[in-house]
Design a protein around this ligand. Structure first.
Ligand code: PLP
Length: 370
């Protein structure tokens, strides 16, 4: 991944600095409005990262000690950690081996009377089947970890449209970046108001509003909360980035189509659109075939040929931080974590680069006689 940044972002950031208002202010408000509109939600609440966005969503729903939250283990570790921040227990559900996402049936298998929320991930940009998962959750709130999914669609609408609560990331590994940053989107005005308070120390009135009011306005602190604010410097960059989203998605889908063409003759399975939506190809993963050398060897052979590939989506339950954490069988999760790798995909990649990547991969997994 390479962030798609240019002179426009640099100028917008400089302008925010020159304005003298560098903390959360008018640019954050404008970015929230523009981003929420783009993903089909009524409200956006900008925060410092997707990790803090996930924490706020679960805190808002009252998730706490003794509660269970269903989530995939196959995700960046922040998904599971956000549940732990609330003192609750992540209950790992398995994923579909083709999409890498939770399904209605894997969720239904692990829902119990203690399930307080389901945290579904649109992994690597591939939309999860939110309709089926909402039905399986049976009235338990479904929060969407949409960190990777800006510009993906599900059932003909943008991921985020119709979501109870969706959490987004603007880390440089994602399609849009503000350096670090995140957002919660929702259609619920009361929730949006509470989220704004939760991100800003539980203050009755935001610092920006107090400033705009003039005179002596004294705020009160109505609940114990957090400092998870985004800055206007970041939002200035986000506003420029957002205008590029459609173009970025279009180009990534073209590059992915070219990878698919090149990989097809090798019989390798790669990530693709599910039946219920389209992916933004945030991560282009390939599953190694049976009998291929171990993933670590393939990655180091690729590095030796100058190709910077990465292991595929991680599985939290296989990491030391979750050693001993109880879970049921997770065969598809473990298979994908051990056998998938992510190929380079960014806006400067040429078709010659892609041929070189695929050639190096073929050699690394010994599909061609060396
Ligand atoms: C990147 C990512 C996160 C964390 O996002 P940050 O903005 O870096 O906190 C959470 N969940 C998933 C699925 C991610 O890919």
């Amino acid at each position: 991944m390479k962030p798609f940044l240019g002179e426009e972002e640099a100028l917008a950031v400089a302008e925010a600095v020159r304005s003298g208002w560098v903390a959360q202010g008018p640019r954050v408000a404008a970015f929230e409005e523009a981003f929420a509109a783009r993903v089909g939600a009524e409200h956006g609440v900008a925060v410092s990262s997707c990790t803090t966005a996930l924490h706020l969503c679960l805190h808002l729903l009252g998730v706490g000690p003794g509660d269970e939250v269903v989530a995939p283990s196959l995700s960046f570790i922040a998904t599971a950690n956000a549940i732990r921040y609330c003192g609750a227990t992540p209950v790992f559900a398995d994923v579909d081996p083709v999409t890498g996402n939770l399904t209605g049936s894997t969720v239904a298998e692990v829902v119990t009377p203690r399930t307080k929320a389901v945290l579904v991930v649109h992994q690597g940009g591939v939309p999860a089947d939110v309709h089926a998962i909402r039905i399986a959750a049976g009235g338990v709130p479904v929060v969407e970890d949409a960190a990777c999914a800006a510009g993906s669609t599900v059932y003909g609408r943008p991921v985020g449209a119709g979501a109870l609560l969706a959490a987004w990331s603007f880390h440089p590994r994602k399609l849009l970046t503000t350096g670090e940053g995140g957002m919660v989107t929702t259609d619920d005005a009361d929730w949006a108001a509470r989220l704004r308070r939760l991100r800003e120390h539980g203050m009755s009135m935001s610092a920006a509003d107090r400033h705009a009011a003039g005179g002596a306005v004294v705020e009160s602190y109505v609940e114990i909360a957090f400092n998870y604010r985004m800055t206007d410097i970041q939002a200035a960059m986000g506003l420029v980035q957002l205008r590029k989203l459609d173009g970025i998605v279009e180009q990534r889908r073209e590059l992915a189509a070219r990878y698919h063409e090149m990989l097809a003759p090798m019989g390798l399975r790669a990530v693709t659109d599910p039946a219920h939506g389209t992916t933004n190809y945030q991560s282009f993963w390939v599953a190694l075939p049976e009998g291929a050398p171990p993933l670590a060897d393939v990655l180091s052979r690729l590095a030796g040929s100058g190709v910077s590939a990465r292991r595929g989506i991680m599985a939290a339950h296989l990491e030391p931080a979750y050693a001993g954490h109880p879970h049921g069988p997770l065969p598809a999760t473990e298979d994908l974590a051990r056998r998938s790798l992510i190929l380079p995909l960014h806006h400067e990649l040429t078709s010659a680069d892609q041929r070189r990547v695929v050639g190096a991969l073929a050699q690394a997994i010994e599909l061609v006689a060396s």
